[in-house]
Design a protein around this ligand. Structure first.
Ligand SMILES: *Cc1c(COP(=O)(O)O)cnc(C)c1O
Length: 378
């Protein structure tokens, strides 16, 4: 059997271990230290927004939870989010005892549809319940239509949280994803564009918000010689060891974005002459995607093939691929949650497939992938 080609494996730079070793050598191995400070600084510089203050945490899921807490989301509130996403966009809403309200995708970016969002807000408001927050996801690295979404959110004075877990390095109209909303979220999980083994970040816009995030993520300890607490806290801060991996990864982040974008071009080239298959691409020059995962939509009527035909053919050759996200409003766990839209996300789920997109794909991997595709669609 040939070696396994993964969908999106970690891709280390080799320098991570030096920063980790440094933390060991200095015995700064817990939740304070130079790696944390420098990783946060590196992210701030990368996001190229002078106002941005980054707080690194143990996961992006924790970052979303803290953002909701900082916005005062609590029991029986409603929070709007994209139905077409990974479950971690919605779970923290449930942690707060609030109800997720799921918004459909639009066809250009596959992200939150501004028309469905507006309809949903108007409907909820007319029922006497204004949503407490909107979580917008930039899926597979593709920026959402931030201008339209922010305009609607601002008109109703609803704060926006950007789930940019998949979109570090993506930009909309030249501005980094994760810096548009009141809060942004980044992930360094093992399959993301860079990894710290596991980790995340909360992107804030004021030192005050960052200080609150650090406070809440380190058990909310008041100033006192003894342990004194006036708030419920969490154990969500990133460790100085993990942040060392992040520092090593920051050195190659630009290269990783370039490599993933090249993989997207590779698929565009393969599918150029296969009618009925569309490679997910930026709708206009306003969008710059890191192309974290390359994805396609297969039209079964034109190709005579389904996404399962291709997925199983890949599997046969030990190549991992994966259907697009199953919409959250179809998930048993969220069966009772409200949904607004025209079933765009369902169609994406039925016909879409994510293709191997690791920045470390070899030439040999590429030719194996290419021959499976050619065989299926010949
Ligand atoms: C990976 C991911 C998350 C969660 O990130 P963790 O760091 O694993 O908690 C949240 N939202 C989206 C869209 C993701 O892809």
């Amino acid at each position: 059997m040939s070696n396994k080609i993964w969908l999106s494996p970690p891709h280390l730079s080799g320098t991570e271990i030096e920063f980790v070793q440094d933390a060991f050598d200095k015995n700064w191995v817990t939740s304070l230290g130079e790696n944390i400070n420098e990783f946060e600084k590196g992210l701030q510089e990368f996001l190229k927004d002078d106002e941005v203050k980054v707080c690194v945490l143990n996961s992006a899921t924790s970052a979303i939870h803290l953002a909701l807490i900082l916005l005062g989301v609590s029991l029986n509130d409603e929070v709007m989010t994209s139905t077409f996403s990974f479950v971690a966009s919605a779970n923290p809403i449930a942690y707060c005892g609030a109800t997720p309200v799921f918004i459909d995708s639009e066809k250009e970016t596959w992200n939150m549809c501004p028309v469905a969002l507006k309809e949903a807000i108007e409907d909820r408001v007319s029922n006497g319940k204004k949503p407490k927050a909107i979580i917008v996801v930039h899926l597979y690295g593709m920026p959402a239509q931030m201008e339209e979404i922010l305009e609607i959110a601002n008109a109703y004075d609803i704060p926006v949280i950007e789930d940019a877990a998949e979109a570090l390095g993506s930009k909309y109209k030249g501005k980094a994803c994760g810096t548009f909303g009141r809060f942004g979220i980044l992930s360094f999980n093992g399959n993301k564009i860079i990894t710290t083994s596991g980790g995340g970040a909360l992107v804030c816009h004021t030192q005050e918000d960052k200080d609150k995030a650090v406070f809440l993520s380190t058990q909310a300890r008041d100033q006192a010689p003894h342990y004194q607490h006036s708030h419920i806290g969490y154990n969500y801060r990133m460790s100085n060891i993990v942040a060392g991996i992040g520092r090593g990864q920051m050195e190659v982040l630009n290269d990783r974005v370039k490599a993933r974008r090249k993989i997207h071009d590779f698929y565009v080239e393969i599918f150029r002459d296969i009618e009925g298959v569309e490679v997910f691409s930026e709708p206009s020059e306003d969008y710059f995607s890191n192309h974290w995962l390359s994805a396609i939509i297969i039209n079964p009527e034109i190709t005579g093939k389904t996404r399962e035909d291709l997925r199983l053919a890949f599997l046969e050759d030990n190549i991992e691929s994966r259907p697009l996200w199953k919409p959250m409003h179809l998930q048993p766990v969220f069966a009772d949650a409200p949904y607004y839209g025209t079933h765009v996300a369902e169609d994406l789920f039925d016909n879409g497939l994510c293709l191997p997109s690791g920045s470390n794909l070899s030439d040999e991997d590429r030719s194996r992938i290419q021959s499976v595709i050619r065989n299926v669609f010949s």
